[in-house]
Design a protein around this ligand. Structure first.
Ligand SMILES: N[C@@H](CCC(=O)N[C@@H](CS)C(=O)NCC(=O)O)C(=O)O
Length: 203
């Protein structure tokens, strides 16, 4: 059975949602980041990088949302969580996922989770919002992230639009598409189950 190491509300929610959407046979193992559990010897033996998510499979551990999402989609083809038969479309999905991991996540993370103040925080916020602009104007196709078909990218994008809404940063006039997408993703039964399992609810 798969085992997902996650922290409630953190970016591992993307992998959690994918597992739930896939109908996968999996269990959850909470790693409380606020208590520093990601740095215990037990967890470092699972993921020496000391970050979540990590997912134990029969073959070994997979880290990084981008890799876990692709694995879940490929091992549960019946759930249609990725364009599996189309190398170009799959690469486009991975480009979106890699952008979320390497660009949007660090930018909003700096605003929400670092101790920046004053002008430094303002600058970080401006940079982060410019990335949400990019997602709003160019990356999000609609109604789902990649277009007509729902995919693992939807739950991943939703993590960061959810963080932004929670911090009152997802202005409805500036980001109409992202707001509608967030509502659409949060209304999916699998997403509601994942949120509930993390002790959370739709925002
Ligand atoms: N690119 C990685 C980022 C992983 C990451 O930064 N996880 C955060 C939670 S959102 C974490 O575990 N942080 C703990 C720490 O840095 O101590 C992924 O998407 O899997």
């Amino acid at each position: 059975m798969l085992k997902l190491y996650y922290s409630p509300g953190a970016c591992a929610m993307a992998s959690h949602i994918a597992l739930e959407e896939a109908g996968a046979d999996y269990e959850l193992q909470k790693v409380d980041l606020k208590k520093g559990e990601q740095r215990t010897p037990e967890y470092l033996a699972v993921n020496p990088a000391g970050s979540t998510p990590a997912m134990a499979t029969e073959q070994g551990v997979i880290t990084q949302n981008v890799a876990i999402l692709a694995y879940v989609a490929q091992t549960h083809p019946q759930a249609k969580l990725a364009p599996l038969g189309d190398a170009y479309a799959f690469a486009r999905m991975q480009a979106f996922n890699a952008w979320l991991a390497s660009s949007l996540h660090p930018a909003i993370g700096k605003v929400l989770f670092s101790r920046l103040e004053g002008a430094a925080r303002d600058e970080a916020l401006e940079l982060a919002l410019a990335k949400y602009d990019l997602a709003e104007q160019h990356l999000l196709v609609g109604p789902w992230a990649l277009g007509a078909d729902h995919s693992v990218t939807d739950g991943y994008l939703m993590v960061f639009t959810r963080w932004a809404r929670q911090a009152d940063l997802l202005d409805k006039a500036r980001f109409p598409g992202l707001n509608a997408h967030l509502d659409r993703v949060q209304s999916r039964p699998a997403v509601q189950r994942a949120l509930a399992a993390e002790g959370l609810s739709a925002l």
